[in-house]
Design a protein around this ligand. Structure first.
Ligand code: PMP
Length: 402
């Protein structure tokens, strides 16, 4: 019997964790498998191969699936690629860029930061200039940038940045936590060296996995490191485990989250099943996110809500960071929650009480009824539910969805 007194679970439209598909839900249900069970070994191996495909990475790239989250994936990249005293260039487009900067400084790196006010992103020319400035003082280990910064909703274009780094023999590392599988990224074609993420965002899985793919150049850089990373983050410790599972054998360094590995295998298989060719399957995923974002932005415009990103091309397809009057963000989030939709408040310190965020990642991009419900909840939170403006916003969503 359902418990009528239990509060209804809200529709999760925060920027992660997100709603998951039926297939992922089924994979994550049931008794937890052992880490050396044959079906788990098969799932783990398949998931690692599928990560390479979903990242559009080369056959020689190294996938990792490790217990943790995005923060752990970031720290793993920092500590495996940069030695204390080395230089790094950081493109800072918000809260998570700053976090990467903090990690680099704790590692003892000399960090050259290229930043922009909240809602903006530095131009590639500024990044080129920073790379050259950093190189004038000595060799630069890596360029770090956030594909989509979840605190500002700003998406930068990794392609020219990866090219600028590669031209200079510098590794490029992209935090794709709020982007991977939702925003266009082609690791091999663009020459990026590390693309890292976490399970709870556009990949549409429960939280708990740190995921990244490293290029052969990045793996070689780990070989040359003088100061090893903390053991739990060490690519040397994890890589043989990943290789063993891909080869159909179990291995142990630290117990993998077996239930989540099953969910990962199911989620990636579902993602890639959209087409025979991984490029086409991923393009379908990127296009789904684009369509959802486009339709929601039409609704936000009808509600008079401005985006934090200052130019349309900077606005992410995975979440909307929306401006509101100072002090109103908390009320808006609560009003949406009363209508059964969980959205998030502001995160960037300069925008905390004057912005709120709506995630639109993963399976909800295939569920227009969930997106419409979100528009209705936000409309009810920012204007009168029965108002003409709320009706116009829903109509704008529907017409833009097509
Ligand atoms: N980077 C970005 C862009 C993020 O959005 C997040 C999480 N919101 C993180 C890193 C950190 O991920 P986690 O919370 O899984 O540690």
């Amino acid at each position: 019997m359902p418990d009528e007194t239990a509060p209804r679970r809200p529709l999760l439209m925060i920027p992660g964790p997100v709603e998951v598909s039926e297939r992922v839900l089924r994979a994550a249900a049931g008794p937890p498998p052992g880490h050396l069970a044959p079906d788990l070994i098969a799932d783990f191996g398949a998931a690692l191969g599928d990560m390479r495909r979903a990242w559009l990475a080369g056959a020689d790239a190294a996938p990792f699936a490790v217990p943790g989250g995005g923060t752990l994936a970031m720290e793993s990249a920092v500590t495996n690629l940069v030695d204390p005293g080395e230089r790094a260039v950081l493109v800072d487009t918000g809260h998570f860029g700053r976090r990467m900067g903090e990690m680099l400084r704790r590692r003892g790196a000399e960090v050259v930061v290229v930043e922009a006010p909240p809602g903006e992103a530095p131009a590639p020319e500024e990044v080129a200039e920073a790379l050259d400035r950093a190189a004038s003082g000595g060799e630069v280990a890596a360029l770090f940038a956030t594909h989509v910064d979840t605190s500002t909703g700003v998406r930068l274009d990794p392609r020219p940045l990866a090219a600028l780094a590669a031209e200079r023999g510098v590794l490029s590392v992209f935090d794709g936590v709020c982007a991977t599988a939702g925003e266009r990224f082609a690791m091999e074609a663009w020459g990026a060296d590390v693309y890292l993420t976490a399970s709870q965002k556009a990949l549409g899985l429960p939280a708990g996995l740190a995921l990244w793919v490293a290029s052969p150049r990045a793996m070689e850089a780990r070989e040359r490191l003088s100061t090893p990373p903390p053991l739990t983050l060490d690519w040397h410790a994890w890589r043989p485990v990943m290789e063993a599972y891909e080869a159909g054998r179990g291995a142990y360094f630290s117990t993998p989250p077996t239930t989540l590995i099953r969910a990962l295998a199911a989620g990636l298989a579902e993602l890639l099943a959209a087409a025979d060719d991984p490029g086409e399957a991923m393009e379908a995923a990127f296009a789904r996110h684009e369509r959802a974002a486009h339709a929601l932005r039409a609704a936000w415009a009808a509600l008079g809500l401005g985006l934090v990103p200052v130019r349309p091309e900077l606005a992410a397809n995975t979440l909307s960071a929306l401006r509101c009057a100072p002090g109103r963000a908390g009320e808006i989030v609560q009003a949406a929650a009363r209508r059964g939709v969980a959205i998030a408040g502001g995160l960037h310190p300069d925008l905390a009480d004057r912005s709120f965020r709506v995630g639109h990642m993963g399976v909800v991009t295939t569920r227009p009824e969930a997106l419409r419900k979100t528009v209705e909840a936000v409309a009810a939170a920012v204007c009168d539910e029965e108002s003409e403006q709320a009706r116009v916003a829903v109509a704008a969503f529907e017409s833009a969805w097509g």
